[in-house]
Design a protein around this ligand. Structure first.
Ligand code: GLA
Length: 737
């Protein structure tokens, strides 16, 4: 079985194209054949996981460390691995627990030696793996290595199948402390189905590692190959018998992908992992893949969110970036000891989702000693105040709690409500302790929260009500509220006196906030309100909260909104990035199909102008809610486009009279799904595409499609808002009679 290993939202392809660089294994997957299956060791499936000895608990807390894959893929070398190991030590991260350095796929020579042993690639690891292990150990680090349970690794190097004992013993002789066993190219054993064959393979390695006599943490990838199937839970359950942690789903994004793709991957992996708390137990860890802190494209809030959410889920904390260039912000997020302590809490339990609402989740994780970690995750694109309670977080009773903000270290007291304004994609994380009676908390600040509400009306636009709420037992006095906005914005008034706010009460003020003249496109601006006050014996205190003001101004033309290079010349394919992996349509193949810059494309009853721009420059809109000015009257709005996912989204048409209509728009995947998905029709067929290293043909064609949404009869179109689905790409737009 080979793994698609890509997020379904990015691509629902199971054996082609868009993910070539994301998972080399896809292209090199060896299908199960009678020959490979026959070569596999005969092994009867014990019938129940319990029949194989439980693997020892070698990871009492979630493993931490670094892995080269997401950043380097097959480009890792002795030099860059050791440089990252050194950075782990010098940055102080190793001392905080990030102590295992794992060398992922592609470290091997293409063939085993005459004795059947694996050999390090002589060019990239000239001193051999035992040497690397020695260097890591000398730095006080642990040595992790990658192999695969199949006939070959995802990258096409020799797999462990049929070599369980040699490989386990070899790893032990090299001083390996941690083995990640991937699951590409696992053929079915005779008489066994996929799930049984994976069990057989992984239990063989589990036993071989045990028999080697060296304690090696065992990371199992089998469940990731069953995500989305009815066997998923079963495979996770036996993985918990056979090893210490398991990858149960899609790979996270690679270092070279866009910030948006990385955030997409973080939320996708969070989304599948957060529901698996029942399958986790102390010392047996769900692994939603690497931490991307330090990679390009992510905001500080996104970096911090991933570390906080992974810690709430008691996930392994495995960085996969270039640690030699770690920014101060990434280092702070990875190295936040209060958050790491949540992950590593000796109780060893995965946090659970206790509340969810529009664009937010609340998680609660029991900690030793009766405390709980509570995280409020704002997954939306705008700041919002998220409110929960100690009771919802799992505290049965109690009327006073201490909240320690694990990002700022500030401690406040609440009578039960936990409320905080969280920036877009941010996570507020607290350690909540029951108790905190008034006598002992006199000097502790009451917990307070800022809440924003847009109260604009047709006659009073850009008007916001900002409230300060006192959630603690002590009254706040001398309260002042100030609103600050970036240069060019006007706030009126800037500061308001709120005087006192009693426990449980709120005080508010109204602000008019206007921005500079907006430019075409979607602009988001964070505006911050800060309240300062005094709280009796606790002295001066303050709280801040953000509002995100979003303005959408239509682009004058579709071309004005072009934000993606979807077509490249075969001679210079590098700028192409239609699928997020650097692939694009080929201008040469399009020309063969009769399509050149500025040419007319007439297909399926609609007529468009093909983007009149040179190959290698932005020529399509990867839709993200852009609005585009358009005029005309007709029966339908036609689109020329395609996609790299399998999604549809809503198009909103605004008419000159101010009314709107909506329609659903989707296209088939550019290569790999039925060409009529979402009611689309094929407009252009090319026989290959460009990859970053040149044209490539996987025996399939790459197409562009037409699709339509209806228009309201008799009305004149003023503008069109594209779906908020970046997988949908638009090359042309026209009003059809
Ligand atoms: C799979 C794994 C990744 C990485 C690659 C190596 O995709 O999930 O983490 O190990 O294989 O080829």
């Amino acid at each position: 079985m080979s793994s698609p290993f890509t997020r379904l939202s990015r691509s629902a392809l199971a054996g082609c194209c868009a993910i070539a660089t994301a998972s080399a294994g896809l292209l090199m997957a060896v299908p199960a054949t009678a020959a490979t299956a026959a070569a596999a060791p005969a092994s009867a499936r014990p019938g129940a996981a319990a029949a194989t000895a439980q693997y020892p608990n070698l990871a009492p807390t979630p493993p931490m460390g670094w892995n080269d894959w997401s950043y380097y893929q097959c480009g890792e070398t002795e030099q860059n691995v050791l440089a990252n190991a050194k950075a782990l030590v010098t940055s102080g991260l190793a001392a905080k627990g990030y102590n295992t350095v794992t060398i992922d796929d592609c470290w091997m020579a293409p063939n085993r030696d005459a004795n059947g042993n694996l050999v390090a690639n002589p060019t990239t690891f000239p001193d051999g793996m035992a040497y690397v292990g020695k260097q890591l150990h000398a730095m006080g680090l642990k040595f992790g290595i990658y192999e695969d349970a199949g006939t070959s690794t995802c990258g096409g190097y020799p797999g462990s199948m049929g070599h369980w004992t040699e490989d386990a013993d070899l790893f032990a002789s090299w001083g390996v402390d941690y083995v990640k066993l991937d699951g590409c190219n696992v053929p079915d054993y005779p008489g066994e189905n996929d799930e049984q064959s994976y069990y057989t393979a992984y239990s063989a390695m589990s036993s071989a590692l045990l028999k080697s006599g060296r304690p090696m943490v065992f990371s199992i990838s089998a469940p990731a190959y069953f995500q989305g199937t009815s066997d998923w839970d079963t495979v996770i359950k036996w993985s918990a018998q056979l090893g210490n942690l398991w990858r149960e789903g899609a790979d996270t994004a690679l270092g070279q992908e866009s910030g948006a793709a990385k955030w997409d991957a973080i939320t996708y992996n969070y989304g599948y992992n957060v529901g698996l708390a029942d399958l986790q137990s102390p010392g047996r860890w769900n692994d939603p893949d690497f931490l991307l802190a330090g990679d390009s494209g992510l905001t500080q809030d996104e970096i911090q969110s991933q570390v906080a959410l992974w810690s709430m889920m008691a996930a392994p904390l495995i960085s996969s970036t270039d640690l030699t260039k770690l920014s101060a912000g990434a280092l702070a997020a990875l190295g936040n000891q209060a958050v790491i302590a949540v992950d590593q809490d000796p109780l060893g339990l995965q946090g659970r989702l206790v509340q969810q609402g529009t664009g937010y989740n609340v998680l609660s994780k029991p900690l030793t000693g009766g405390d709980r970690a509570v995280a409020l995750f704002n997954s939306s694109d705008s700041a919002q105040t998220v409110t929960t309670s100690a009771a919802t977080a799992g505290f049965g009773s109690g009327s006073s709690f201490l909240l320690k903000n694990l990002e700022t270290g500030a401690v406040t007291q609440t009578t039960g409500t936990i409320s905080v304004d969280v920036p877009p994609h941010g996570t507020a994380i607290f350690r909540v302790s029951p108790g905190g009676k008034p006598a002992t908390t006199r000097k502790v600040q009451p917990s307070t929260a800022i809440t924003w509400q847009n109260v604009s009306t047709a006659t009073m636009q850009n008007t916001y009500l900002v409230s300060l709420t006192d959630l603690g037992s002590a009254r706040v006095t001398d309260a002042k509220l100030s609103v600050s906005a970036p240069a060019g914005w006007k706030v009126s008034p800037v500061t308001t006196r709120l005087h006192q706010v009693n426990p449980g009460a709120s005080a508010s003020a109204t602000y008019r906030i206007t921005g500079p003249e907006a430019v075409p496109g979607t602009t988001t601006t964070p505006i911050t309100a800060t309240a300062t006050y005094r709280a009796g014996a606790a002295g001066p205190g303050s709280v801040s909260g953000q509002e995100t003001i979003t303005s959408v101004v239509p682009y004058p033309t579709l071309a004005g909104a072009f934000n993606n290079v979807g077509i490249t010349a075969e001679s210079t394919p590098a700028p192409g990035n239609f699928d997020g992996d650097g692939d694009s349509y080929s201008a040469d193949a399009l020309a063969t199909a009769g399509v050149t810059p500025g040419s007319t494309v007439s297909a399926n009853g609609a007529t468009f102008t093909w983007p009149d721009v040179a190959a290698g420059t932005a020529d399509n809109v990867a839709a993200a809610g852009e609005a585009i000015t358009l005029s005309g009257k007709g029966s339908s709005l036609a689109f020329l486009g395609s996609e790299t996912g399998a999604v549809s989204g809503t198009v909103t048409v605004t008419y000159t009279d101010g009314t709107t209509s909506t329609g659903s728009l989707g296209f088939p995947n550019w290569c790999c799904t039925p060409p009529t998905a979402y009611g689309a029709q094929v407009a252009i067929t090319t026989d290959h595409r460009d990859t970053p290293s040149g044209p490539a043909n996987f025996g399939i064609s790459y197409q562009v499609f037409t699709n339509t949404v209806p228009l309201t009869a008799g009305k004149t179109v003023a503008s069109v808002t594209l779906p908020d689905q970046a997988a949908i790409h638009i090359f042309g737009l026209s009003v059809e009679p």
